[in-house]
Design a protein around this ligand. Structure first.
Ligand code: AMP
Ligand code: MN
Ligand code: MN
Ligand code: MN
Length: 281
């Protein structure tokens, strides 16, 4: 069996391992085919290809990205796989998204400052360095300041939708993200459909919309997921005639989530790799 992990992050966005560390770890964990899917950036791809070549790693890289979009009142993530990273339509969309990230980060900082937490933007920026700045960077700063015990705690208190520091974003819509990925020859995958805190009725509405704008695949398998959820998502992928993807969404080592860990599709699901002629064997 080929081990696919088609969703993870590096220090080019909110992952904590750099490209070399991530690739070494993926190799150690027996991943055969890996997609790095940083938030709104493809900056990891070229250095990753170089590192794999220079170190003769037995690992195949699939070009990847995770694009933030806005749909109804939700932030929906669209993963793009196996596209041409040089394509101008994709590149200009990512540039716009990066500018929106920067503006939103300043706004989050301003909101937190109004609530008595000064210079969080500056500290988050220092943490992110030249990477795409995300709410996870803000969360890390606030954990270090002792505002909450862990990242989840900060999200609950300040950064989740509806909380003080939350800033509604102006991300592109789903059709734009899907269109740019496809223009660049890639396949558009709805990321972690069970994580949007929406009812099943809304989830079906989302899948119908995604399908209507040309979406081709959805994530079905993640490491830290009850088996019933995986089965449910597998059935939805069949019902909506979407290819099925699997990925750890790895950001940093933790007990339950790791590269390549516990990733398999329920039977009768069609792997997204079929899109580029990949197989299970
Ligand atoms: P952003 O794309 O800037 O909105 O940041 C979202 C990122 O923050 C996600 O990709 C996750 O890595 C992280 N994140 C979002 N919600 C939570 C949460 N409740 N607990 C921990 N991390 C979260
Ligand atoms: Mn993230
Ligand atoms: Mn995501
Ligand atoms: Mn992700």
């Amino acid at each position: 069996m080929i081990k696919y992990d088609l969703h993870c992050h590096t220090t080019f966005s909110d992952g904590r391992l750099d490209v070399a560390e991530l690739l070494q770890r993926a190799t150690e964990k027996g991943v055969d085919i890996l997609a790095i899917t940083d938030h709104d950036t493809i900056a990891a791809i070229a250095p990753a290809r170089d590192y794999i070549g220079n170190n003769d790693l037995a690992l195949e890289l699939i070009n990847g990205v995770e694009i933030s979009t806005k749909w109804e009142s939700f932030e929906i993530h669209i993963v793009g796989l196996n596209f041409d990273p040089e394509h101008p339509v994709l590149q200009s969309l990512l540039l716009e998204q990066q500018q929106k990230r920067e503006l939103r980060a300043q706004e989050i900082g301003a909101r937190l400052a109004k609530n008595g937490y000064d210079n969080v933007y500056q500290d988050a920026q220092a943490l992110a360095k030249s990477a795409q700045i995300t709410r996870a960077h803000f969360a890390q700063v606030l954990v270090e300041r002792g505002v909450a015990k862990n990242i989840q705690g900060v999200f609950k208190k300040f950064l989740a939708r509806g909380k003080t520091g939350y800033t509604p974003s102006n991300w592109c819509d789903i059709a734009t993200a899907v269109g740019a990925i496809q223009a660049a020859g890639g396949v558009a995958v709805l990321a972690h459909p069970a994580r949007y805190k929406m009812s099943n009725k809304w989830l079906r509405k989302l899948l119908s919309h995604f399908k209507a704008v040309g979406g081709e695949a959805m994530e079905v398998a993640q490491p830290q997921q009850p088996p019933t959820e995986r089965q449910f998502l597998g059935r939805l992928s069949q019902e909506f005639e979407l290819l099925a993807s699997q990925g750890s969404d790895f950001h940093f080592p933790m007990p339950w989530v790791d590269l390549g860990r516990n990733l398999y599709l329920p039977k009768d699901c069609q792997g997204v790799w079929r899109h580029w002629g990949g197989t299970e064997e």
